[in-house]
Ligand binder design. Structure first.
Ligand SMILES: NC(=O)c1ccc[n+]([C@@H]2O[C@H](COP(=O)([O-])OP(=O)(O)OC[C@H]3O[C@@H](n4cnc5c(N)ncnc54)[C@H](O)[C@@H]3O)[C@@H](O)[C@H]2O)c1
Length: 375
């Protein structure tokens, strides 16, 4: 493996199939990958101000070199941009640019830009083609693949959206070099999630290679991103709209979302950090219920802690937290059906399964212990 190798994966969804390309230097070569896919050689690149400052000029140059008429829109960075207000403004800006049905939207940025632009593409003129160029690790291994798009409302995250697949995903491993270490680590939580779900050998690889990967080894980053995208692509190909198997990808999320809701979806707890703590809680609950050996739970949590991810509530101000509030957040999760909360639990590292049969008394017991001993 070397840093300039490229790998392509296919997400198999019939006529909505698309490639994910993971390589170094894709920002400069984007035009050659994108041009053949366009109905007309016209694109609008939508990004946020941080990514614009770092990559927009080079990216636009590459599209123009491939004779693509390119316009750009730069939005504020941050989760607040995934809102009705910004969606409205973005659609109006696209109208001002006179986009046509044949115009392609390109999301250049992290999960916030990808989710918002994907949703705008789904609704603008009843559907424009769109391409994902994810620039955070989280977006490269998770949010850019699989077609979930959307915005937040004042009632919660991602409550308005659409399943809408991109035409291509271009993940340039080099752009991760400007990412804040905390953001990189938060994305790594989603990488290790795939290992916990159904890939014990990948977990063993991560135990050995995570330090180098996190320090910047491009070949190891590419391998981890490809393995993660392949795992997600497999699941999405089998269950695009989350009727069954796709729910496994929510490992750590039922707990994580409750923690994020409790901390206000801000800097206090990034999404990936919430997922890391949530996965530690899923292992703890699985062990408490007699489903998962203690040694697997300990090994999983030790790995996350060793790389620097939070695995308990000690970094959070939990003084005013109450178990009822956490249980209330869980019961309002999008995945609740007939009042039953969906959990992803584990029989071992690499053996996750979904269940709606967690007894609420056991859950309360576990949460009480976490709030007492882990804070
Ligand atoms: N659609 C899905 O399936 C899915 C899955 C997981 C998460 N998400 C969503 O993704 C969002 C989080 O995404 P995120 O973590 O990428 O956050 P983000 O998009 O807010 O990016 C994090 C920060 O990094 C900056 N940034 C991006 N790329 C950079 C780079 N290469 N160098 C330097 N700075 C860079 C951004 O400007 C931002 O400040 C959440 O809204 C979450 O709901 C969606």
């Amino acid at each position: 493996m070397n840093g300039t190798q490229q790998e392509t994966l296919r997400v198999a969804l019939g006529e909505r199939s698309y490639d994910i390309i993971v390589a170094s230097g894709l920002i400069e070569r984007a035009g050659t990958h994108i041009a053949p896919l366009l109905k007309r050689p016209r694109a609008v690149v939508i990004t946020d101000e941080n990514v614009a400052a770092l990559y927009l000029e080079r990216f636009v140059k590459s599209l123009e070199a491939a004779n693509i008429l390119t316009q750009t829109i730069t939005l504020p960075a941050g989760e607040q941009t995934k809102s009705f207000a910004h969606l409205e403004r973005l659609c109006e800006q696209l109208s001002e640019l006179n986009v046509e049905r044949s115009t392609t939207l390109i999301a250049l940025g992290g999960g916030v830009i990808g989710d918002l632009v994907g949703f705008a593409a789904a609704v603008m003129l009843r559907g424009l083609a769109f391409i994902q160029v994810p620039t955070t690790l989280l977006a490269q291994v998770d949010s850019s693949v699989g077609g979930k798009t959307g915005i937040n409302t004042r009632f919660g995250k991602n409550l308005v959206g659409a399943f809408y697949q991109p035409k291509l995903v271009l993940a340039d491993v080099e752009v991760l070099e400007t990412l804040e270490p905390r953001q990189l680590l938060a994305g790594y939580a989603e990488v290790v999630k795939y290992a916990f779900i159904d890939d014990a050998p990948f977990f063993a690889w991560l135990e050995e290679n995570a330090p180098a990967l996190l320090q910047g080894d491009r070949a190891k980053r590419r391998h981890a991103i490809l393995t993660s995208c392949a795992a997600k692509a497999r699941v999405v190909a089998q269950d695009e709209r989350e009727a069954g198997k796709r729910a496994l990808l929510n490992l750590g999320h039922t707990f994580g979302h409750a923690l994020e809701a409790q901390t206000g979806y801000g800097e206090a707890l990034l999404h990936g950090e919430g997922v890391a703590i949530g996965m530690a809680m899923a292992f703890a609950l699985s062990h408490q219920l007699g489903l998962c050996p203690g040694q697997d739970a300990t090994r999983a949590v030790a790995h996350m802690a060793r790389v620097g991810l939070p695995t308990d509530l000690s970094a959070l101000d939990t003084q005013a937290w109450h178990v009822d509030a956490l249980m209330d957040h869980m019961s309002r999760d999008k995945k609740v059906e007939g009042g039953k909360v969906s959990f992803v639990l584990l029989r071992a590292i690499g053996q996750a399964f979904t269940t709606r049969d967690v007894d609420m008394a056991s859950l309360r017991d576990m949460l009480e212990r976490w709030l007492e001993t882990k804070s």
